[in-house]
Design a protein around this ligand. Sequence first.
Ligand code: HEM
Length: 220
Amino acid sequence: MSNKSYYSSITKKIIMSLMGLFLLTFLVVHLTVNSFLLVSKDLFNEGAHFMGTNAFIQVFQWVLFAGFAIHIFYGIVLQIQNWMSRPKGYKKRAAMEQSPFSKYMIYTGLVIFIFLIMHLNNFFFVKMGWVGHMPMTPSGEEDMGALVMALFHNGYYVFIYVVLILLMGFHLDHALQSAFQTLGLNHPTYWGFIKGLSRAYAIVVALGFAIIPLFIYFFK
Ligand code: HEM
């Protein structure tokens, strides 16, 4: 690899990591608001209403979509470069040296992408008035909580959501540590801590999201 293409790959990786960290932060906020559904639909609606009317969050939403697009685009470009530049003889050894989660990042990433398309179609596009029909509360406000409840009383959706979200957990497990590594924050003294943090993040976020459809289906 020439110096120029080496530095261009590093730049892409750094941009990807920064976008990835941004998306990881979004997931924590999103999970927090969604967890209100475990208490009541009305509490969730209050959270959704705040998010839907706050000017900063309205702008942030489009920054978020750009973040997803950049992360996905560079992820695909880097993966293709990686496949093309790997010498054939080393292929097997290199594959053995990678952790299974890191080896499958492109595939688990694809799963998240498919999930995202379905998910936006279920909620965000309905809110925008592009598909379906948004239920309203008696006081005439959007009833996003009712839309979520209705979807998760359908067993097929519950199953698809839970499976895809758990697969997302594998992507997340590698994501945080990979971002730290790319940004050079991988000192041996605290590397064990970063790996543990990455795993804890993946477990809490994936299980947190997966519990919501199950809880609604069985208890609400
Ligand atoms: C059970 C799990 C989940 C539920 C109940 C849920 C619910 C929702 C709802 C109701 C909206 C529309 C919010 C609005 O515009 O007012 C939304 C949007 C969104 N969700 Fe989720 N979500 C879940 C999991 C996820 C996961 C795992 C991801 C990450 C890949 C994700 C990414 C997004 C994005 C990017 C948007 C559009 C931005 C936004 O409106 O905030 N969601 N979700």
